[in-house]
Ligand binder design. Structure first.
Ligand code: IFM
Length: 477
C-alpha cells in the first residue's frame, strides 16, 4: 500500500547544494589564485585528516557528468558557489575571463538540463591577497566584494534568477577569526566582531551593486538573498543565568546578522554585553542603512540545535577561543565562538557523524520564530543534511537509511512550518555529493552521491534515488 504523502505547495523548489572549494579541485588552473582555504588546508595540523581541496571531487573537469547525474533524478534546482579567486584572482582589479567562462558554461549546462541555478557569491574562499591585507577585519574587503559581485552579476545575471551574497557569514567570522577552526585561523574575539560587521556591510554593498546590473524582470528576475546558518538556541536549564546565556548567544549568532540586514540596527543589549571585547568603532555612520537593503529571499541553513549554559567565573578567567578535545571533555562544554559569556553543552540523543544532535522539530520552531520576528520575507532552506559513516555495501552502493530518515524528518518539519503559516519556498539538500568538509577534510560524507576519492567515481546512494521520488511526488511519505 502506498503511504500517504505530505505534499508541498505547487511551485515549491527542490534542489541540492555544493560549494566551490569543497568540490571543484583544479586550484591552480586557468588563472585561479590562492584562497585562504588553500593556505589553511596546506598548513599542517589544520585539517583533521591532512587532506586539501586541491582535487576534492574534481568537479571542475567533470561538470557535464555531474549535471547529467542531476538530470537522472529530475533535479529542479542546484545551488553552487563561485570562487572569487577564479574570477578576480587578487580580490580587486583585473577580472579573469577564464574563471567567468567556467561558471558561464556551468550555468548553460544546467539550463540545458532544465536545472535552475542558484548562485552563491561567497562560500568562504577569500582571495589570499585580500587576507594579506586583513581579510574581513579590513573594511576595504567589503568594497572589493561589491565590485566582484557586480562582475559576476553582469556575466551570469541574464540566466541566473537568484544570487546569494554570502553563505553562513557566522562561520567566516566566528570560526575564521574567533575560534580559528576555519581559514584564516585567527582566534581573536574583537577581530571576529569586526569581521561580522564587514561581512554585513559587504552584503549590503553587494546587494546594491547586484541591483544595478541584474535584470529587474523577465525569466531571470534578479532576486537577491543571503544565506544564514541560524541557530535554534536552547538554554541547558531553566535557571535565569542559562536563559540569559541563550539570549546572548541568540543575539550573537542570529540577531547580529538578521537585525541589521532586515531591521537596520544591531541588537543594543549585545553591544553592551560585549563592550569588554570591542568598542564597536568599526560601525560607522550610515553603515546599518547600507546593510539593510531590501531582500527577495532569506536562505536558511539548518542542521542541529545549539544548547548553551552560562559560563562560570572560573571558565571566564581561563577563557580561550580555541577549544580542543581535552577542553571539551574537561569542561563538559566548549567556549561558544565569539563570547566568553556562554558555553556550548554536549548534546544527548541521536547524533550524526559530526556529533550533531538530530532534532527536526527544532527546525519547525526556528522557522516559526523567524517568520514571527522578521515577517514578510520568503524563506528557502538552502542547506540541510547529515554526515554518516557511509561505506558502500557488497553491491558497491551506499544504503544510507539513516540519511534518508534524517532528510525525511527535516523535510516533514519544513512541511509542518508551512502548515503553520511560514512562507518557505524551497529546500536544498546538502550535499549533491560527498566533498571536502572543511576542517574535517574528506573524513565526513554529506553527499546523496558517494565519491570514491581515489578513482573519483560517483555512485548514487539510496538517498539520491529517494530524493528523486520526493521531487517527483512534491512531498515525502
Ligand atoms: O559543508 C558545510 C557547508 O559548506 C556549509 N554548511 C554546513 C555544511 C556541513 O558542515
Amino acid at each position: 500500500m502506498t503511504q500517504p504523502r505530505l505534499r508541498f505547495p505547487d511551485g515549491f523548489t527542490w534542489g541540492t547544494a555544493t560549494a566551490s572549494y569543497q568540490i571543484e579541485g583544479a586550484v591552480t588552473e586557468d588563472g585561479r589564485a590562492r584562497s585562504i582555504w588553500d593556505t589553511f588546508s596546506h598548513t599542517p595540523g589544520r585539517i583533521l585528516d591532512g587532506t586539501t581541496g586541491d582535487v576534492a571531487c574534481d568537479h571542475y573537469h567533470r561538470v557535464d557528468a555531474d549535471v547529467a547525474l542531476m538530470a537522472e533524478i529530475g533535479l529542479p534546482a542546484y545551488r553552487f558557489s563561485v570562487a572569487w579567486p577564479r574570477v578576480v584572482p587578487t580580490g580587486g582589479g583585473a577580472v579573469n575571463q577564464a574563471g567567468l567562462d567556467f561558471y558561464s558554461r556551468l550555468v548553460d549546462t544546467l539550463l540545458a538540463r532544465e536545472v535552475t541555478p542558484l548562485v552563491t557569491l561567497y562560500h568562504w574562499d577569500l582571495p589570499q591577497s585580500l587576507q594579506d591585507a586583513g581579510g574581513w577585519t579590513n573594511r576595504d574587503t567589503a568594497e572589493r566584494f561589491a565590485e566582484y559581485a557586480a562582475v559576476v552579476g553582469a556575466a551570469l545575471g541574464d540566466r541566473v534568477p537568484t544570487f546569494t551574497t554570502f553563505n553562513e557569514p557566522w562561520c567566516s567570522a566566528y570560526l575564521g577569526y574567533g575560534s580559528g577552526h576555519h581559514a584564516p585561523g585567527e582566534a581573536d574575539g574583537s577581530a571576529a566582531l569586526a569581521a561580522v560587521h564587514h561581512l554585513n556591510l559587504a552584503h549590503g554593498r553587494a546587494t546594491s551593486a547586484l541591483r544595478s546590473v541584474l535584470p529587474a524582470t523577465g525569466p531571470s528576475s534578479g532576486q537577491v538573498s543571503i544565506t544564514l546558518n541560524l541557530a535554534y538556541v536552547q538554554p541547558a536549564s531553566e535557571q535565569p543565568e542559562d536563559v540569559r546565556a541563550a539570549e546572548h548567544v541568540d543575539a550573537l549568532a542570529n540577531r547580529i546578522f538578521l537585525d541589521p540586514i532586515l531591521r537596520g540596527e544591531y541588537p543594543a543589549q549585545l553591544q553592551d554585553d560585549l563592550r569588554h571585547v570591542t568598542d564597536w568603532s568599526f560601525v560607522r555612520d550610515g553603515d546599518t542603512a547600507a546593510i539593510a537593503q531590501p531582500l527577495d529571499v532569506l536562505g536558511i541553513n539548518y542542521y542541529t540545535p545549539t544548547i548553551v549554559r552560562a559560563s562560570t567565573t572560573a571558565e571566564r578567567a581561563t577563557w580561550t577561543a580555541r577549544w580542543s578535545d581535552e577542553v571539551i571533555g574537561a569542561l563538559g562544554g566548549v567556549p561558544y565562538p565569539g563570547t566568553d559569556l556562554a558555553v556550548q553543552v554536549p548534546k544527548d540523543g541521536p547524533l550524526t557523524a559530526m556529533g550533531w544532535l538530530i532534532a527536526p522539530e527544532t527546525l519547525t520552531a526556528l522557522l516559526e520564530r523567524v517568520h514571527r520576528d522578521y515577517p514578510g520575507i520568503p524563506i528557502v532552506i538552502t542547506e540541510n543534511g547529515a554526515a554518516f559513516g557511509d561505506e558502500p555495501g557488497a553491491d558497491g552502493v551506499v544504503h544510507d537509511a539513516d540519511r534518508i530518515e534524517y532528510l525525511r524528518a527535516h523535510v516533514a518539519a519544513v512541511h509542518e512550518a508551512i502548515g503553520r503559516g511560514v512562507d518557505v519556498r524551497g529546500y536544498y539538500a546538502w550535499s549533491l555529493m560527498d566533498n571536502f568538509e572543511w576542517a574535517f577534510g574528506l573524513s565526513r560524507r554529506f553527499g546523496l552521491v558517494h565519491v570514491d576519492y581515489d578513482s573519483l567515481v560517483r555512485t548514487p546512494k539510496d538517498s539520491f534515488r529517494w530524493y528523486g521520488e520526493v521531487i517527483a511526488a512534491n512531498g515525502v511519505a
